[in-house]
Design a binder for this molecule. Sequence first.
Ligand SMILES: C[S@@+](CC[C@H](N)C(=O)[O-])C[C@H]1O[C@@H](n2cnc3c(N)ncnc32)[C@H](O)[C@@H]1O
Length: 216
Amino acid sequence: MTPRRIAEAFLPQRAHYWYARCKLASDPLYAGVGAALRGTTAPLLDIGCGLGLLAHTLRDQGFASDYLGIDNDGRKIVAARTAAARAGLDKVYFDDVDLAAEPFPSHRGSVVVLDVLQFLPERAANDLLERAADCVVSGARLVIRSGLDNADARTRFTRAVDVFSHCVGWMNVAPNRYPTRSKLESRLARRGLRSRFTPLKGALPFNNWLIVAEKA
Ligand SMILES: C[S@@+](CC[C@H](N)C(=O)[O-])C[C@H]1O[C@@H](n2cnc3c(N)ncnc32)[C@H](O)[C@@H]1O
């Protein structure tokens, strides 16, 4: 499906339609996650799923297992449910959950955490990573996209865009802190996962990385 066809499922909400079109056309994230999950069949938990764009692109790429997206922005969850139903996505579910305040959902399979870690308080982000890592079974994957704290111009640009998203009301919280590669890698290793880091930033100077972790 083209970005336009996916975006049409969000009409008549024009802001969501244009967000989906621009995001899908400009960000290599969804193709990257599809490639990272290729060949897996375990159910997928999408933490901080936003509008649930990933569910549409994964179905497009042949990923047919159960998908559950959770987010603490109730309006996005309503929009995600409506669009998934309009697009006829099967076995795709959404729930309103605040991961900084509520228990981590019970899940066994793959987990994705895309552009979310920086919005959580440090302790909640660390807990989330550990709970997510513990969900991963053999043959499943934990896929994370995150800015990394390299204290450089790319890191500052990444933070500036996240602050802007909050100021214009697209994000319900401002960014907190970005993890460092070494801390992220060692935290996952302590939970028995081996991780690979690949830059994934598109045309703009973000400091975004795709991290794919699986059982060592
Ligand atoms: C930048 S968006 C990423 C959306 C989606 N993962 C994607 O890449 O298309 C970050 C998402 O994290 C969600 N989020 C932030 N804090 C959260 C929390 N405490 N619990 C659940 N979701 C949260 C926001 O509502 C937002 O939809």
